[in-house]
Design a protein around this ligand. Structure first.
Ligand code: NAD
Ligand code: LMR
Length: 340
């Protein structure tokens, strides 16, 4: 036949698959939006015992999509089975916050899940599995999972700040009238929390410095930054539940760029700190990256040193992440943070 050789099937594990984000995410993975139109996938869906029944319904709907790329769908409540041979794991399972809560209030409910899932990934996933943590508190959940997966390089674990990155682009586009696609080099620094720093210092709007185009430092400091920091709460206030389709869309963007490459476009991802930018090693900190495809990324380090305001903002979110690490110390192997 003249058909090109087919790509090897990618095994994609998704936890929390019957939840709100899972519902929006699975259809888009199935239709090829995460790994491209030529990449067949096997979906390995993981839920709690209670989640198995609704998961059955979700699986029926995936089947009814008749997606040519979906070769198999499995359902399990055992993460050791669900992560079996996984090439990719999207960790969405966990509680979302409600009105009046901070994301860190989910620490006790969710971080323990990540100790178990880190162990399960270590037991059964591919050694080069590409892991995206979506469930909150995402950065610290990634730290806990990675600490329990000593055979998997910490650089394979990311926590999602792409939603914050997209929110920042959308706000700048709204303010300037530019198309979202013409807003570049936005950076989210630090934690996926209200201390994150959405930074426009390097940003471009239609190729011109965003700071000049916006020309309104008061708007940036008093409206843009707090709005992006608190956008999750704004959505919970409006709809009564946490963002779901925009979160799924951001997970698609993150994985697509990481695995298919995103050229010279800057992307924010919370990655394992190696000490760059003066950030403590061993925490998951969002920084600007270039995505080279096949899961390979580079930090963008060749940028001007932050001004005083930016340095203070970056320091505040760094301190919060160190505090979060202290809070989960009991969940780390041997309680030994040096081992992370
Ligand atoms: P949801 O409650 O609708 O769904 C979560 C699902 O996870 C449920 O079906 C639940 O049964 C399942 N689950 C719980 N524990 C599990 C476990 N141990 N293993 C497997 N599945 C498990 O919540 P949602 O709206 O889909 O949000 C999921 C998480 O994502 C929340 O923690 C939320 O705060 C977070 N979130 C993060 C971002 C981000 O930008 N990083 C954005 C939106 C939401
Ligand atoms: C978001 O950013 O929308 C999510 O992290 C949900 C939340 O609790 O804010």
């Amino acid at each position: 036949s003249s058909a090109a050789a087919e790509l090897p099937i990618k095994k994609v594990a998704v936890t929390g698959a019957a939840g709100s984000i899972g519902y929006a995410l699975l259809m888009r993975i199935s239709s090829g939006q995460m790994f491209g139109p030529n990449q067949p996938v096997e979906l390995q869906l993981i839920e709690t015992e209670v989640g198995m029944k609704p998961l059955k319904g979700v699986t029926m709907e995936i089947m009814d999509g008749a997606f040519p790329l979906v070769r198999k769908v499995t359902q399990t409540s055992d993460p050791n089975v669900g992560f079996g041979d996984a090439d990719v794991a999207v960790l969405v399972g966990g509680k979302p916050r409600g009105p009046g809560m901070e994301r860190s209030d989910l620490m006790s409910a969710n971080a323990a899940i990540f100790a178990e899932q880190g162990k399960a990934l270590n037991n059964s996933a591919k050694r080069d599995v590409s892991v995206l943590v979506v469930a909150n508190p995402a950065n610290t959940n990634a730290l806990v999972a990675s600490a329990h997966a000593s055979d998997i390089d910490p650089s394979r674990f990311k926590a999602m700040t792409r939603l914050d990155h997209n929110r920042a682009i959308a706000q700048v586009a709204g303010k300037t009238g530019a198309m979202a696609g013409d807003v570049k080099k936005v950076v989210i620094w630090g934690n996926h929390s209200a201390t994150q720093y959405p930074d426009l210092s390097n940003a471009l709007v239609e190729g011109k410095p965003a700071l000049d185009v916006i020309n309104d430092i008061k708007w940036i400091r008093e409206e843009f930054i707090p709005r992006v920091q608190k956008r999750g709460a704004e959505i919970i206030g409006a709809s009564g539940r946490s963002s779901a389709s925009s979160a799924a869309s951001a997970a698609i963007d993150h994985m697509r760029d990481l695995h298919l490459g995103s050229g010279d476009s800057w992307q924010s991802m919370a990655i394992h700190s190696d000490g760059s930018y003066g950030i403590d090693t061993g925490i998951w900190f969002s920084v600007p990256c270039l995505c080279r495809g096949d899961g390979v990324y580079e930090r963008i380090v060749d940028i001007p040193a932050p001004d005083e305001f930016s340095a203070a903002m970056i320091d505040a979110t760094r301190k919060e992440l160190l505090e979060e690490r202290d809070t989960v110390r009991h969940l780390l192997p041997g309680g030994d943070v040096q081992a992370v």
